[in-house]
Design a protein around this ligand. Structure first.
Ligand SMILES: NC(=O)c1ccc[n+]([C@@H]2O[C@H](COP(=O)([O-])OP(=O)(O)OC[C@H]3O[C@@H](n4cnc5c(N)ncnc54)[C@H](OP(=O)(O)O)[C@@H]3O)[C@@H](O)[C@H]2O)c1
Length: 248
């Protein structure tokens, strides 16, 4: 099934966002790939045909004006905007008793406030298209108490709350909102610590299947959500963590 229309993916230059962008492009969508550097998705061995349906834009998700102006440029591509994937995020950690408030603010601005703001800016475009799907990328840390990770955990819990509120408020406009919450996912940036050393040994004990996930695992789920044409599926957080979050 080939799909038409444009989907905007934030943080699409590398990691999970790049895999999501290419997977949606493979399905036939035009994909607007946002990142601060404005680079096309970098995935070794990616099919040229998929990359051909990707258009890169430089935008900082922590700047409301940058998002608004970029969405307007994306609309000028001439296709209806049918979806948004809020994937851009950062991870800063440290002991809570000394964690700088400026770092807390940076984590919230990038991981949570940006989701609210970009949803506001996409709203008129989705209403004009007769509805659409917003997928927010959260984390299974949203329901865990993780040492040194207060800001990250709280920001991802906020993503789940934003998802639920908007799903309820915008259902009447044909807009679905979902939260995809990954567990440990190997990307090019974290490959060395995920594949060897103490974190690897910990994950082998904690993940029931003994392996972290891949960016493609998350990308397939996000693509699936765009393919499921059910207005009744909205507001939920779907965990994709190899059952780590529910394991005893
Ligand atoms: N990897 C994991 O194990 C894991 C697990 C659970 C959840 N997640 C979530 O999944 C998402 C992607 O993670 P990842 O590991 O793929 O991250 P990553 O490899 O660090 O990539 C982050 C992407 O976001 C962009 N970005 C960062 N800050 C931005 C900003 N202010 N404005 C616009 N773009 C920005 C980066 O490009 P520029 O630097 O050019 O801006 C890059 O394209 C995040 O929300 C993360 O919290 C990841």
């Amino acid at each position: 099934m080939t799909m038409t229309g444009t989907i905007i993916v934030t943080g699409a230059s590398r990691g999970i966002g790049a895999a999501i962008a290419l997977s949606l492009a493979e399905q036939g969508y035009t994909v607007a790939c946002l990142s601060r550097k404005g680079e096309l998705p970098s995935v070794p061995g990616a099919a040229t045909a998929s990359l051909g349906r990707c258009v890169a834009f430089a935008a900082d998700v922590t700047h409301s004006g940058s998002l608004r102006d970029t969405f307007a440029k994306v609309a000028q591509l001439g296709l209806p905007i049918v979806g948004l994937v809020n994937n851009a995020g950062i991870h800063l950690e440290g002991p809570s008793d000394t964690f700088a408030q400026s770092d807390y603010d940076t984590v919230f601005a990038t991981n949570a406030t940006s989701v609210f703001v970009s949803c506001q800016h996409i709203y008129p475009h989705l209403v004009a298209a007769g509805g659409g799907l917003i997928v927010n990328i959260g984390s299974f840390f949203d329901k865990l108490g993780v040492k040194r990770n207060l800001a990250y955990c709280a920001s991802k819990a906020a993503v789940g709350a934003i998802t639920r509120c908007l799903a309820v408020e915008w259902a009447g406009k044909g807009i679905r909102v979902m939260d995809v919450a990954p567990g440990y996912i190997t990307t090019d940036l974290n490959r060395s610590v995920m594949e060897a050393g103490p974190l690897r040994a910990y994950l082998e004990k904690r993940i029931p299947g003994r392996e972290p996930g891949t960016s493609d695992d998350v990308a397939r789920l996000v693509r699936g959500l765009f393919l499921i044409d059910s207005a009744f599926l909205s507001g939920e957080t779907i965990y994709i963590d190899g059952a780590q979050g529910i394991a005893h």
